[in-house]
Design a protein around this ligand. Structure first.
Ligand code: CA2
Length: 149
């Protein structure tokens, strides 16, 4: 039985995963990532609510929704990582653990990708492990939310 619910949120352009720039983001699609998260969530006893949007307000609304029913959030804010004070503010208003995920190693890329508004709120940051980073994020959320319950 699922005892804890986590949100896995994905920002703009991640719907194109697997269709372009495989040398940076790999060949898996977002549907593959969702299946990976659901399988790992099942192993860990976590219910997974998986979303992607190209609209900042939708991501903010899902974070607000998570305040009501989620134990934790894994988020790949994509380009909003480097620009969005509003996503940071929404995450600050969420009480549970937050893990920031990046498929690529943002620190090996352009300097503007080295700065993240979200990292200052996140319990942990995962970057450069490909889509496996989502699995690590769920494992960490399982550990952190177990310790709280
Ligand atoms: O490495 C990551 O996961 C990023 O969050 C991905 C973002 C980028 O802006 C961040 O700096 C790092 C970009 C997501 C766009 O994904 C695409 C995937 C395939 C084709 C085109 C875009």
């Amino acid at each position: 039985m699922v005892s804890r619910l986590v949100y896995v949120l994905n920002g703009p352009n991640l719907n194109l995963l697997g269709q372009r720039q495989p040398e940076i983001y790999g060949r898996e699609t977002l549907a593959d990532v969702e299946a990976l998260c659901r399988a790992e969530g099942g192993r860990l006893g976590l219910g997974v609510r998986f979303h992607q949007s190209n609209r900042e307000y939708e991501i903010i609304d899902w974070i607000h929704e998570a305040r009501g029913d989620a134990a934790g959030i894994a988020i790949n804010p994509a380009g909003f990582t480097h620009t969005s004070v509003s996503i940071l503010d929404a995450l600050i208003a969420f009480d549970g653990p937050v893990i920031e995920v990046h498929i690529s190693n943002v620190h090996r890329r352009e300097p503007f990708r080295h700065q993240s508004y979200v990292s200052g709120r996140a319990e942990g940051v995962i970057a450069g492990f490909g889509t496996q980073g989502y699995v690590f994020a769920l494992q960490r959320l399982a550990t952190l939310t177990e310790a709280r319950s």
